[in-house]
Design a protein around this ligand. Structure first.
Ligand code: FAD
Length: 455
């Protein structure tokens, strides 16, 4: 018997149920990755993620080769390419992970039908791309939870399957050719400080994280300058790390830090179960609030200042520059910059979400769109009209101003927390700084938002 394992957002060998099932039931297995043209066409193939993906595919191929196998890469329509490889390998079955986006759900259905027509069975495995699959826990009378806290309670009670070891050997049938593996060196327009992809790198980071910093995660995760979060999000996005394994290992570590970290992993599953039930929430408002956002034309200059990190609010500018430089941004920065765009500048959340997706290495439909909706108050936040003040937030989460000085060199010489309000400096000091005035008065922005929401 011969099987095909289709890798998608699960680019790893450890804890990989589709691979385990395929190897258990057949003598030969084709590990396949298809560069799906529909994903490219939808604008998701941006330089930072393509480069990270290239690292992941090379690392996966290297891991398979150590075990006697190799990775087969094809590009085009995913369904056509899988059927082509199935025919070439004369395969009896295909294994893959389930996923939650509208595109992933449609694609899975098309693939199932095409394979069935060829007499080949598709096995779809849950708990590969998330720890607790959508639909595992539901509230009375609905197919998904719309509020995180009750979801988390039920999520915490789910008994997770054990994590699986990586396979020892993989035997690939002869005669199934591969396109060349992509390389990050061929990708133009990368963020200079982009992280490295691949399972080996992910496991190294995870080990280092669990050996030390996770212990103080609860106290320090909001400290912008301390940069004390795991930075595992790109590895979770590409599946070089298994969410099930992460939860098990963090729970074994125990204590308030690992517990707080596990809670964040549950947020990931929370957004996934919302998107699985409401695939339109990737673009449409999850809850209608009748917002009449400023048009992109009207807000053009404000949007440009926001994207380029020159709004005149130092913490906002620091975070937006971090995004551009690293293809990643601290969660507190994401909250502040999103709130600023939507609620202070009164711009549609979709404009900001698109910009984040253009740059984020962990850019993800479920997490990005639903976090944006959460901040915009069109999503699952139970306090949809809260507005984050960039000055008080900066004083609280960057008390010494270290984060701002790291990313906004124009303000390097301003000491302490004064860096958060350069307009308050003595006139001669202010005049010496090559840094813009605020694009908007915060109270004017707040008044506009409150009026618009009828508060
Ligand atoms: P840690 O604090 O170490 O958390 C561990 C893991 O938990 C993360 O890697 C992530 O997988 C998960 N997690 C943490 N916070 C959240 C959250 N609020 N929602 C869902 N999962 C979470 N995360 C993405 O992975 N992709 C995105 O595209 C994305 N876009 C966002 C957009 C906005 C406007 C906001 C406010 C948040 C967004 N997040 C997104 C969530 C969060 O900011 C990132 O997951 C986190 O900053 C990644 O850093 P980390 O791995 O160090 O996180």
């Amino acid at each position: 018997r011969t099987s095909v394992v289709l890798f998608t957002s699960d680019l790893r060998l450890h804890d990989h149920p589709p691979l385990r099932a395929a190897l258990g039931g057949s003598e030969r297995t084709v590990p396949l990755f298809v560069r799906d043209r529909a994903v490219d066409r939808a604008g998701f193939a941006v330089p930072n993620r393509l480069a990270f993906l290239a690292d992941c595919l090379r690392d996966l191929d290297a891991g398979l080769r150590e075990r006697g196998g190799r990775l087969v890469v094809r590009a085009g329509d995913l369904v056509d390419r899988v059927c082509e490889v199935v025919a070439e390998a004369d395969a009896d079955e295909v294994h893959m992970a389930s996923d939650v986006s509208a595109h992933a759900q449609r694609r899975e259905e098309r693939l199932r039908r095409a394979l069935e027509a060829a007499g080949v069975r598709l096995h779809v495995h849950d708990t590969v791309t998330g720890a607790v699959a959508p639909g595992t826990v539901t509230p009375a009378g609905s197919d998904h939870f719309a509020v995180f806290t009750p979801y988390f309670r039920r999520w915490s009670d789910v008994s997770l399957r054990d994590a699986l070891a990586a396979p020892r050997t993989v035997r690939v049938p002869d005669g199934v050719g591969s396109e060349p593996l992509p390389s990050r060196y061929g990708v133009p327009g990368l963020s200079a400080g982009l992280a490295t992809g691949g399972e080996q790198e992910g496991r190294k980071r995870l080990g280092a994280w669990l050996r030390g910093p996770v212990a103080v995660y609860e106290e320090r995760h909001d400290d912008l300058a301390g940069d004390a979060t795991s930075r595992l999000s790109p590895h979770l996005h590409f599946g070089t790390l298994s969410p099930v394994e992460l939860v098990h290992r963090a729970r074994r570590a125990g204590g308030p830090g690992p517990e707080a970290f596990v809670r964040q992993l549950a947020w990931r599953d929370f957004h996934r179960q919302v998107l699985a039930a409401r695939p339109d929430a990737g673009t449409a408002d999850y809850r209608t609030r009748h917002d009449r956002w400023r048009s992109e034309r009207e807000a053009r200059e404000d949007i440009a200042a926001w994207k380029e990190g020159r709004t005149g609010y130092p913490v906002i500018d620091a975070a937006m520059r971090q995004l551009r430089h690293e293809g990643w941004m601290h969660n507190r920065g994401r909250l502040l910059t999103a709130s600023f765009l939507v609620k202070t500048l009164y711009v549609d959340w979709r404009v900001g979400a698109r910009h984040f997706l253009d740059l984020l290495v962990d850019g993800d439909v479920a997490n990005n769109q639903l976090n944006w909706q959460w901040v915009a108050g069109t999503g699952t936040d139970t306090r949809p009209n809260r507005v984050l003040n960039p000055i008080t937030q900066a004083r609280r989460f960057d008390p010494d101003g270290g984060y701002v000085r790291r990313w906004v060199p124009e303000l390097e010489g301003v000491q302490g927390r004064a860096v958060h309000e350069p307009w308050r400096l003595p006139a001669d000091e202010r005049a010496a700084l090559d840094y813009p005035d605020p694009v908007i008065d915060l109270s004017a922005g707040l008044a506009r938002f409150r009026q618009a929401r009828g508060r």
